[in-house]
Design a protein around this ligand. Structure first.
Ligand SMILES: NC(=O)C1=CN([C@@H]2O[C@H](COP(=O)(O)OP(=O)(O)OC[C@H]3O[C@@H](n4cnc5c(N)ncnc54)[C@H](OP(=O)(O)O)[C@@H]3O)[C@@H](O)[C@H]2O)C=CC1
Ligand SMILES: O=C(CO)COP(=O)(O)O
Length: 330
């Protein structure tokens, strides 16, 4: 049994907490909204994020950061990616010296270009840091449906031991030592899902969607490898696995966002879509590495208003004819 603190009382933080309580861990959620914490403690629901799903009675939530973090052996960062730095800074005074920190948000810091583990390390440099990512809808996990994700730590043995500790019930963690690869896949798939959603919203058909997912994946691998990921990791749960889930289910907020954009609908009231906040910095990083990323670039232009969804669909489907795998010809 471990003492676990989850930072973030939204859909994913609450779902992970539910799974870990089910495995016998002592879990405390920190949430910035006192009413949400009160609802979790008294009514055992988090309706704003998880509807009527029943949460464990011994799951504790608090808006008091010191109370949530003090004594925790494992701390998971599950607030939106752009807030990770501020959250990390605010826990420093309460953190046990040997606490292990796990980044769970999927996004690149759009101010610095840092991955989530780097954002956390910048604030809390003396801690072991890992990443948890993979195909996993909070709505599935909270219902106890089977889910497999990847847990990466810089050393495989440490990843293996933590994955073992946190696996149980319907949630299974696979261990990896490719901490960059696991988080790059999770961040870039959100952008691809928006692009595929734009295609779905415009009614381009399943064949076009399959083509876009495949070309998007090729882009994700090109850029991911340039950023330090191992190609095999991008073929795994946190890369291809999450790309498939996010580009195919309307439960995905990124995919749903893309669909709404593709239909020309108002997106201002939609839920968190991390790809919206990552697309611009991901394109900057691709430019810096000289990597061609037409799918991400087109998504970026639509989201910034530089191109209409209709123009994007035409642009994506009228790319010049070229070899499918140019690198094999060299
Ligand atoms: N939902 C899912 O299925 C999965 C999500 N993830 C990732 O987990 C991360 C969180 O997603 P998810 O839980 O779904 O998001 P939600 O939108 O469901 O919840 C976000 C939570 O973070 C809080 N929050 C928002 N802004 C801040 C801030 N600046 N400081 C502190 N807390 C803040 C919100 O509080 P308030 O209610 O007060 O706004 C809310 O409790 C994302 O990066 C996502 O990609 C990963 C795997 C699965
Ligand atoms: O990351 C997720 C599934 O693995 C959740 O996807 P969305 O953030 O698009 O809902």
């Amino acid at each position: 049994m471990s003492r676990i603190c989850i930072l973030g009382a939204g859909a994913w933080g609450t779902a992970l907490a539910t799974a870990f309580v089910g495995q016998g861990h002592a879990v405390r959620i920190w949430g910035r909204n006192a009413e949400t914490c009160d609802e979790i403690n008294r009514q055992h629901t988090n309706r704003a994020y998880l509807g009527e799903a029943k949460l464990p009675e011994d799951l504790q939530a608090t808006p008091d950061m010191a109370q949530a973090v003090t004594g925790a052996e494992i701390v998971l960062f599950v607030a939106p990616a752009q807030s990770t730095g501020a959250v990390a800074a605010s826990i420093a005074a309460h953190l046990a010296a040997d606490a292990v920190l796990i980044a769970c948000a999927k996004g690149i810091d759009n101010r610095t270009g840092q991955m989530q583990s780097e954002v956390i390390a910048a604030q809390l440099p003396d801690h072991a840091i890992g990443v948890l990512s993979g195909p996993s809808f909070a709505a599935d996990v909270v219902r106890g449906l089977p889910t497999a994700v990847t847990l990466a730590m810089p050393e495989q043995e440490a990843a293996q031991s933590l994955a073992q500790n946190l696996s149980g019930g319907a949630v299974r963690l696979y261990a990896s030592d490719d901490i960059a690869g696991v988080q790059i896949g999770g961040s870039l798939k959100n952008v691809m899902a928006i692009a595929v959603g734009i295609c779905r919203g415009g009614g381009m058909g399943a064949s076009a969607e399959a083509a876009l997912i495949t070309r998007g994946y090729a882009e994700l691998v090109r850029l991911g490898v340039a950023m330090g990921a191992r190609a095999e990791t991008l073929l795994g749960l946190s890369g291809l696995g999450d790309l498939v889930l996010t580009c195919s289910s309307e439960l995905s907020r990124n995919f749903a966002y893309g669909i709404a954009v593709g239909r020309g609908e108002d997106v201002s009231g939609l839920k968190l879509a991390e790809g919206v906040h990552t697309v611009s910095i991901a394109n900057d990083i691709a430019d810096r590495h000289g990597i061609s990323c037409p799918v991400m670039q087109t998504a970026g232009m639509v989201l910034s208003g530089a191109m209409s969804a209709e123009e994007a669909r035409i642009a994506l489907m009228s790319r010049p004819v070229k070899a499918e795998h140019p690198e094999r010809r060299e």
